[in-house]
Design a binder for this molecule. Structure first.
Ligand SMILES: [Fe+2]
Length: 264
């Protein structure tokens, strides 16, 4: 069995307008640059993963996303974020290579579980009873596969008062489900526009910086971090260990942080 390679982009916040900005960053050029950077490195991965806020409350952003990611020749796994427009997202990304609407996808010895954590009209999130049941089922019947669970909202505190008001409301239920299964190796989210990497009960807990503007870590009040756009790569190994790297687009402003972890 070989290593499964995933490239993770999150929170591109696209608009219909090609030069629109979010907190000083032109979001479409930033995403285009991040994708080009990734494609110039270890390409292709087995899949691309995108954890929400594909657009900034503007359904006209989806055609840009479809154009950029639709011809890569690899599956593009997406979960929605609080700034997405669910109906437009489903309509614009209805066909392959896009995979939406929860469920899971298996790659070799790994199962990637996709969860919709959005509450209509709310910046915070929650998993419905149906989503939690889907998670339990996906983990229970994974057989010998290792699992990585992906959602938009953070299920653990980020040490940031304003962000922690808009996390996953029923995180305790989610974590209880994670804890009840021994095959979860990683939980991955977007939403927080910053890097996060911790180990919780043997499970790697990871957030990836946005492909556009970042939020300052450990800030009680909203604050923008001037770090550049970024994305994350994964090597998911057959033994359940993983190697992950955050790649910042301007090396002088942060470089990359590479870290390995053994299976729990
Ligand atoms: Fe976002």
């Amino acid at each position: 069995m070989s290593v499964v390679r995933i490239t993770h982009f999150t929170d591109p916040h696209l608009y219909g307008g090609e030069h629109e900005t979010l907190r000083g960053v032109q979001t479409l050029p930033a995403l285009t640059a991040a994708l080009a950077h990734a494609r110039a490195r270890d390409w292709p991965p087995d899949a691309v993963l995108v954890t929400g806020d594909l657009v900034q409350d503007d359904p006209a952003g989806y055609p840009h996303f479809r154009r950029l990611f639709g011809e890569l020749g690899v599956p593009v796994l997406c979960v929605p974020g609080n700034h997405d427009e669910p109906q437009a997202m489903r309509r614009e990304l209805a066909a392959k290579p896009f995979v939406l609407d929860g469920g899971y996808v298996d790659f070799g010895r790994w199962r990637i579980v996709l969860l919709d954590s959005c509450i209509p009209g709310s910046a915070s999130g929650a998993l419905s009873a149906q989503a939690l049941e889907g998670l339990r089922a996906a983990l229970s019947d994974a057989g010998t596969r290792h699992c990585m669970v992906c959602l938009h909202h953070h299920p653990v505190p980020m040490s940031s008062r304003w962000l922690d008001r808009v996390g996953l409301n029923n995180a305790a239920e989610f974590l209880h489900t994670i804890d009840a299964h021994r095959n979860v190796r990683a939980v991955l989210w977007g939403h927080v526009h910053q890097n996060y990497d911790a180990l919780r009960k043997g499970v790697r807990m990871l957030a990836t910086p946005s492909t556009c503007a970042q939020f300052a870590p450990n800030s009680d009040d909203f604050a923008v971090d001037r770090r550049p756009p970024a994305y994350r790569t994964f090597e998911l190994r057959p033994d359940g260990s993983l190697l992950t790297e955050v790649v910042w687009l301007e090396q002088h402003a942060g470089g990359s942080s590479r870290s390995a972890c053994s299976a729990a």
